[in-house]
Design a protein around this ligand. Structure first.
Ligand SMILES: [Zn+2]
Ligand SMILES: [Zn+2]
Length: 736
């Protein structure tokens, strides 16, 4: 029997398109609020867990480690978790494990996302989530995969674009009363339908925005909850399930993995009829159709009838019988991926403890469910929460909270503040192994190849060397497949992988094609050609159009596209076993890869002060009453006491000539790992009587050598921003 776990406090920043704060500063602001809400200090926290989505957004490798200070986890048991877009609702599950196990009495749960450093658009980072060998060469992005899933969902469940637009109207309207909201607006169905088409059926207002933001909650065991909170909200059930990354090999219309996660959570919570036993729903809604797509699974109804009835009856409104996304959801509040899921958990805490203010649902609510989803249509995370009764209205700090009360500084553009540009030049050579190498070799020869599992009998494409359904048994049988198939679903794209518009008049059609001869629904994603966008249909038969033999090089791009199969045309090819000897794969072929991302990092509140001083040849630190010392460099929060600091009001001048080398190293590589023309000495420099240190380049004249303990002074470098412009030289007195 596990211990009961409660939420007793929450904090969050505003969700904004671009924040001046660094990721750590955003996290610290949310943490400080959550601690205050719970009436605790960081010393009362036993463990910390952190959720943040792919490092490619923040552009910070090992982002979890980087965020330790902002998460208040210095010196504590700490772990980062990551399940793509499902992360934010996994965050409280991770924290729940810590407390339910009895290992810790309290756990701080933090979710942060800063997507804005990724330029020209964070959507470009999604290129990196697709398979590097079989999918990335097609230059797919998130809009494409969502368009493909939305098309299938509409086809199977009979929703129109007009129907789905109503979800955007609902969520963006609900968000008008959310203090963190980024894109709250009162709009009509017509506004959604007339917004620009990005990748049909996806239009601008069908989608949540990209955002920066952070959310934190405090979890504790029942004993702490009863003594520290007037209205604890308990976590009654948790579930998380994942599907394989082969997203082209399952029907995208119904998210089975969400239904399985919900079943796990309901079993724990003792729920057998979710549509009558749950009062509030916070399904993940990065796109409007996703809210309904997930609701089918949360009501465990693959037929979709219940959700359709509720939708038609207007039951999803805040004053309806089954309110969904009373917060305003990702569509209205914003979507800093991991933070969004935790925002939904915080909304259940507010609603169930009676602190939702103008967002409070009309019905008397005792139980709610929050859910998130992510990655390649493969992750479902579900949490059920309940309260024993809400606070009387007007009590609690959150009811009257407005945008003015929440931190985060929105920017028009990153260039308006001190910032650092970085263009990583990372190159990869992917080793494809036997199965994929034989697949690519097939492309070179103008044929599609699959492999057959003797256990379940499935013919799989792309071929796999093991079967994930049959105890991971090895798969040895390979075959050639027809190069024809059936369109399962598709999208009509007007944008490139990085969200930039295609040239006027051009439409790229991407489709999931179930290949003839392979197991049902087993297919691949590719382009369609020789067909006008309006004639593309689900169920259409298509055939591969190959490049000339001399131009084929063993890549998925050896197929130019798939074209409609003529009515009189027949599938001439059949499934033909190939003997292993015919597969020319003595050595696994590697595949070149490059991730074309660029970043613009804000220097943050602390960094802005640091570089402003540096431009004047000065150095300041920040006085901290918790440490009773000056932090160097300037910082907007104290990582030891998790108190917020004002880098201007609490600034203290530090003598630029009082530095002491604490340690140094000779660097031979640049940030991307390429050799430098000449080595550079980088030193860690401390200042007497302060907490912290600076890193910078130690400029040495001929005959000078670096030494621990050497006295150094800062070199004025002007208005330049970036770590490479922090420079020191040995003090004159030492140069003898
Ligand atoms: Zn099998
Ligand atoms: Zn301090």
């Amino acid at each position: 029997m596990s211990n009961r776990v409660a939420v007793i406090g929450a904090g969050m920043t505003k969700f904004v398109r671009r924040a001046k704060e660094t990721p750590g500063e955003l996290a610290a602001q949310a943490v400080q609020m959550a601690l205050a809400d719970a009436g605790l200090t960081i010393d009362d926290i036993d463990a910390v867990c952190l959720g943040t989505a792919p490092d490619a957004f923040d552009g910070v490798h090992m982002n979890g480690e980087h965020l330790i200070a902002g998460a208040g986890a210095v010196g504590k048991p700490y772990l980062r978790h990551f399940v793509g877009g499902g992360t934010g609702v996994f965050s409280p599950i991770h924290g729940w494990m810590h407390v339910a196990s009895g290992k810790y009495k309290t756990c701080l749960v933090v979710a942060e996302e800063k997507m804005s450093p990724c330029v020209p658009h964070p959507a470009g980072a999604f290129l990196t989530i697709f398979d590097h060998t079989t999918e990335q060469p097609l230059e797919l992005t998130l809009l494409h995969i969502f368009g493909i899933e939305m098309c299938r969902f509409m086809h199977i469940y009979g929703y129109s674009e007009r129907d789905l637009a109503e979800i955007s109207v609902l969520c963006k309207g609900n968000a008008l009363h959310h203090p963190a909201a980024q894109v709250a607006e009162k709009i009509t169905v017509k506004d959604v339908l007339s917004s620009p088409v990005l990748s049909w059926p996806v239009k601008r207002r069908d989608i949540s925005p990209t955002s920066d933001g952070a959310v934190a909650i405090v979890l504790c065991n029942e004993r702490v909850a009863r003594t520290h909170s007037k209205a604890p909200v308990f976590i009654d059930g948790v579930g998380f399930r994942l599907e394989t990354a082969y997203w082209c090999t399952r029907d995208l219309a119904y998210p089975n993995y969400v239904a399985m996660a919900a079943q796990d959570a309901y079993a724990m919570a003792g729920i057998t009829k979710p549509d009558t036993e749950i009062d509030i729903y916070e399904p993940y809604d990065p796109f409007n159709y996703k809210a309904l797509h997930h609701m089918n699974a949360l009501l465990l109804d693959k037929s979709g009838r219940k959700v359709r009835e509720l939708f038609d009856a207007g039951a999803f409104a805040r004053d309806g019988s089954h309110p969904i996304c009373p917060s305003g959801g990702a569509l209205g509040v914003g979507n800093p991926i991991a933070a969004t899921g935790l925002m939904k958990i915080a909304e259940l805490y507010f609603q169930l403890s009676g602190q939702a203010g103008k967002r409070q649902v009309a019905k008397s609510a005792h139980r709610g469910v929050a859910q998130a989803w992510g990655d390649l249509m493969q992750v479902g995370t579900v949490v059920v929460m309940s309260s024993e009764g809400a606070l009387p209205s007007g009590h609690g700090r959150w009811g009257a909270m407005t945008a003015k009360d929440l931190p985060a500084t929105p920017l028009k553009q990153v260039q308006d503040v001190p910032h650092i540009a970085y263009k990583p030049d990372l190159r990869y050579s992917y080793d494809n192994g036997y199965a994929l190498t034989s697949y690519l070799e097939g492309f070179k020869q103008g044929a599609l190849r699959g492999s057959r599992c003797t256990g379940c009998g499935r013919i799989m494409i792309p071929p796999r060397s093991f079967c994930e359904l049959c105890n991971l048994q090895p798969v040895h049988d390979y075959c050639e497949l027809p190069d024809t198939g059936t369109v399962q679903t598709y999208t009509l794209s007007h944008v490139n992988w990085d969200s930039s518009p295609l040239p006027r008049g051009r439409v790229d059609v991407f489709a999931v094609i179930a290949i003839d001869g392979a197991a049902p629904e087993m297919g691949l994603v590719h382009r369609l050609g020789e067909v006008s966008a309006k004639d593309v249909k689900i169920g259409m038969k298509v055939r591969a159009v190959w490049k000339d033999a001399k131009d084929r090089e063993g890549s998925v791009l050896d197929i130019k596209y798939f074209r409609p199969l003529g009515t009189r045309e027949r599938n001439l090819r059949t499934v033909k076993p190939i003997k292993p000897a015919e597969i020319d794969a003595a050595s696994a072929k590697s595949f070149p890869g490059r991730i074309p991302m660029e970043y613009l990092y804000t220097a943050g509140l602390g960094g802005s002060r640091f570089y402003a001083d540096l431009a004047k040849g000065r150095l300041s630190g920040t006085w901290c009453s918790h440490c009773e010392a000056v932090h160097v460099p300037p910082t907007a929060f104290c990582e030891f006491g998790m108190v917020l600091l004002d880098v201007d009001k609490q600034a203290r001048a530090v003598n630029v000539a009082s530095g002491v080398v604490l340690s140094f190293t000779e660097v031979h590589e640049d940030r991307s790992g390429h050799l430098l023309d000449a080595p550079v000495v980088v030193a860690q420099v401390g200042y007497p009587g302060t907490v912290g240190s600076l890193f910078g380049v130690l400029e040495l004249r001929k005959g000078q050598a670096a030494q621990v303990g050497a006295a150094v002074e800062l070199v004025p470098t002007g208005k330049k921003v970036g770590p490479e412009h922090v420079k020191f030289r040995l003090k004159a007195a030492r140069r003898k």
